[in-house]
Write a protein that binds this ligand. Structure first.
Ligand code: AHM
Ligand code: MG
Length: 340
């Protein structure tokens, strides 16, 4: 039997190896961040397995609860939240956790505290669960100001203070995309090894894209700048080709495509929801962090998204993120709107 192919596979860059390599660049590091990350990775593997078994295990269905935004919670949301809270607390490296599914922040008991705060959406895009469309986990990591005194101010910080951010997409494959502030790398879970393998090193978003991604069903309530922008995507007056529209309705999947193919993802504010739908701490910030790290931009309609200072845990904000040039275009329209 020829084992050479198997032998070659041990040379793969697994996420564990990647994180240890990164850690070795910081000789003073005590490995706390690597430990935290390994617990997040474990959470992603658990949720990935639960999502892929959901149909079989009859996990799909309402859990009978509503979350803090008054939305119906699915069983998988509840399960994923439990998985991540347990994985993060047991890492011994966190002091505050903010989850989309919990109204209050979780303050970790003193004996298990560490120097990090994690904000996360354990299972985003839950309306897509029942039809098997890609969903994902989104997370961001902050450093605690004082390890012995965790307060809400530790997580009510602008996104630019994040140390790391990432998402895991549960789709046709399980893909983990992460940045620790030094570029963006993508890993794909090899189910036979149970390991994430580096498959997308140093992701850079194309400078300009051919795709726009938005829920156009909200168009009647949009402001003038968003309306003009989308009109321009469809009927460009500069001789360029119209952009294609792609909208999955699962932020992780829409942002992942935007990152790899380029283009723009929009969830604007509108007359009905002036702050849009997406949550600042665990949706807007981590995705904006990744997009900037990949060479793109993220804008709220008023400012750079990562400069926003949140006032409350579940705050929402309009968001426009994607290829550098495409976001420049919408920034120009908002600048013109605010002057006129
Ligand atoms: P959720 O956190 O309740 O799953 O909602 C967030 C999701 C995002 O994944 C997605 O970008 C957006 O909602 C889609 O919203 P809409 O259905 O209004 O287009
Ligand atoms: Mg969400």
């Amino acid at each position: 039997m020829d084992h050479s192919a198997d032998a070659q596979r041990t040379d793969l860059m697994t996420i564990t190896r990647f994180v240890l390599n990164e850690q070795s660049k910081h000789p003073d590091s005590r490995g706390d961040f690597s430990i935290l990350l390994s617990h997040i990775v474990l959470g992603c593997k658990f949720v990935c397995s639960a999502v892929s078994k959901a149909g079989l295990a009859k996990l799909i269905g309402l859990a009978g609860d509503t979350n803090v935004q008054g939305e119906e919670q699915k069983k998988l949301d509840v399960l994923s939240n439990d998985v991540f809270v347990k994985a993060l607390v047991s890492s011994g490296r966190t002091s505050i956790l903010v989850s989309e599914e919990d109204e209050q922040a979780t303050i970790v008991e003193p004996s298990k505290r560490g120097k990090y705060c994690v904000v996360f959406d354990p299972l985003d895009g839950s309306s897509n669960i029942d039809c098997g469309v890609s969903i994902g986990t989104i997370f961001g990591i902050y450093m605690l100001k004082d390890e012995h005194e965790p307060t809400l101010q530790d997580v009510l910080q602008p996104g630019k203070n994040m140390l790391a951010a990432g998402y895991c997409m549960y789709g046709s494959s399980c893909t983990l995309v992460i940045s620790t502030g030094n570029g963006v790398n993508g890993f794909t879970l090899d189910p036979s090894l149970g390991e994430f393998i580096l498959t997308h090193p140093d992701i850079k978003i194309p400078k300009k894209g051919k795709i726009y991604s938005v829920n156009e069903g909200n168009a009647k309530n949009w402001d003038a700048a968003t309306t003009k922008y989308v009109e321009k995507c469809k009927f460009p007056k500069d001789g360029s080709s119209p952009k294609s529209l792609r909208y999955i309705g699962s932020m992780v999947a829409d942002v992942h495509r935007t990152l790899l193919y380029g283009g723009i993802f929009l969830y604007p504010g509108d007359k009905k929801s002036p702050n849009g739908k997406l949550r600042v701490l665990y949706e807007v910030f981590p995705m904006s962090f990744l997009l900037e790290q990949a060479g793109g931009q993220a804008f709220t309609g008023k400012q750079r998204a990562l400069d926003l200072v949140p006032n409350k845990l579940h705050e929402r904000s309009p968001i426009f993120l994607g290829s550098f040039d495409d976001v420049e275009d919408i920034k120009a329209l908002y600048a013109a709107q605010s002057q006129g």
